[in-house]
Write a protein that binds this ligand. Structure first.
Ligand SMILES: [Zn+2]
Length: 434
């Protein structure tokens, strides 16, 4: 059992001063007013928030950060470079890289990650001797970095609508839904990790398989990339006469257990289908701007009834505050209006919305939720003078002082317990690019 005395904390939607949080078995056991800290309490003198959820990540894309800008290019040339990195990873180097990337996430205030994982096999397309070697590497990396993990194990069978896999994609494929389920369900998880499922996209999985995937994934969070690129919609309409969202709706995949990632290019009908079914839509603003995807219609989705979450996706940026600002500011630019979301709605998207989408009871400072906390300093050059109930619109990841995951302190005084995260990243990425 651990306990934390918070000078100020966001409990529900209100700012509480002098509040004590008790943890037992990794879960919050009490949240009570307490004027002074007690002996043994970890004192948190900044602003305490529920931990941030990174709803959508591909950890290995972090190796491309700061390396793809010189010659411009398109989404598709960026993807070629990403495939080059994907082709070089083995279980050992994947573990090394993912540990460093997950540690960077924890340092930035993320306490749970949905790792959308599709590097299943050897680069030649044959299974590893241990079929789950790559999945085991991701799980071990998350446990070591101290981040909660939902392994969104992705089905990937085609190289595009009506296209065979390219050789660079062969390690993504299990060959069939049955073989995907068998490998996926053999993965062993640790105390911080659990399983989830994903349809890579309409590009990579034929819609006639959607119903079987839904039936094989009933107890798991299910995610899919949806309408990130205009070309995906055009190809889907040409091949099937329907948008990706309409195809998912027709197979009864949409609903509270499903998360559509991106949703950048949606029709009005798509927005009604997603909202009416209570689907979560995961926006990844720093990636969508980096890849020039476009601006999704976040406030229209919320008004239609969709839940929202946020993700760092390709990890060109790992900073939950930047994703929060992206959600609001992109919608301002697209609409010409301010105040698209309240600060509380933005915080919910970054916390409870993501936890729910990833299958965890968390993202709230309340009894029964997992004990995942973030303390930000309110005296830095960025946060000094900010109102406490909207400080997440001013802060950056550099203002994160303490991070607790499952009742264990993972970051203290802005330092990860693993040590120098920059050095870990530099070594892992240096080896991949050598
Ligand atoms: Zn993605």
């Amino acid at each position: 059992m651990t306990s934390y005395w918070c000078e100020q904390a966001i409990v529900g939607e209100t700012v509480e001063h002098a509040v004590r949080i008790e943890e037992s078995g990794g879960v919050i056991a009490a949240v009570v007013p307490e004027r002074e800290p007690r002996d043994g309490d970890t004192v948190l003198s900044g602003l305490v928030l529920p931990g941030f959820a990174n709803g959508h990540s591909h950890a290995f894309h972090r190796a491309l950060r700061g390396r793809t800008h010189a010659d411009g290019g398109t989404f598709w040339t960026w993807r070629d470079e990403m495939y080059r990195v994907a082709g070089r990873l083995d279980p050992d180097s994947y573990f090394e890289l993912a540990t460093a990337v997950f540690a960077e996430m924890v340092l930035a205030g993320y306490t749970v990650v949905g790792e959308f994982h599709y590097l299943h096999r050897r680069p030649d397309g044959f299974a590893y001797e241990t079929a789950t070697a790559m999945e085991d590497a991701v799980v071990a990396a998350a446990e070591r970095a101290g981040i909660r993990l939902t392994l969104l194990d992705a089905l990937y069978l085609a190289g595009g609508i009506g296209k065979e896999l390219e050789s660079s994609q062969s390690r993504f494929s299990d060959g069939s839904v049955a073989d995907w389920v068998a490998r996926r369900d053999a993965v062993q998880f640790g105390p911080l990790s659990r399983g989830g499922a994903a349809i890579h996209s309409v590009r990579a999985v034929h819609p006639h398989l959607f119903a079987a995937i839904r039936d094989a994934s009933k107890s798991l969070p299910l995610h899919a990339h949806v309408s990130e690129q205009l070309a995906e919609n055009e190809d889907s309409l040409a091949a099937y006469g329907a948008t990706p969202t309409a195809l998912l709706a027709a197979a009864d995949v949409l609903g509270p257990g499903f998360t559509a990632v991106h949703g950048t290019h949606l029709t009005d009908d798509d927005i009604q289908l997603l909202g009416g079914s209570g689907t979560t839509v995961c926006f990844c603003p720093t990636t969508e701007r980096d890849l020039a995807d476009g601006i999704g219609r976040a406030s229209a989705l919320r008004q239609a009834g969709a839940a929202l979450s946020l993700g760092s996706d390709q990890n060109a940026v790992i900073d939950p505050f930047e994703e929060i600002r992206g959600l609001e500011m992109d919608d301002r630019l697209a609409s010409g209006r301010r105040g698209r979301f309240t600060p509380a709605q933005l915080l919910t998207a970054a916390t409870a919305g993501g936890y729910s989408s990833l299958g965890w009871n968390g993202g709230r400072l309340e009894i029964g939720a997992v004990c995942d906390l973030v303390e930000i300093e309110m005296t830095t050059p960025r946060t000094a003078g900010a109102a406490v109930d909207q400080a997440w619109l001013a802060a950056t990841s550099a203002d994160v002082n303490t991070v607790v995951v499952g009742g264990v302190v993972r970051v203290r005084d802005g330092r990860h317990v693993l040590g120098d995260v920059g050095a870990l990243l530099g070594e892992a990425i240096g080896r991949l690019n050598a």
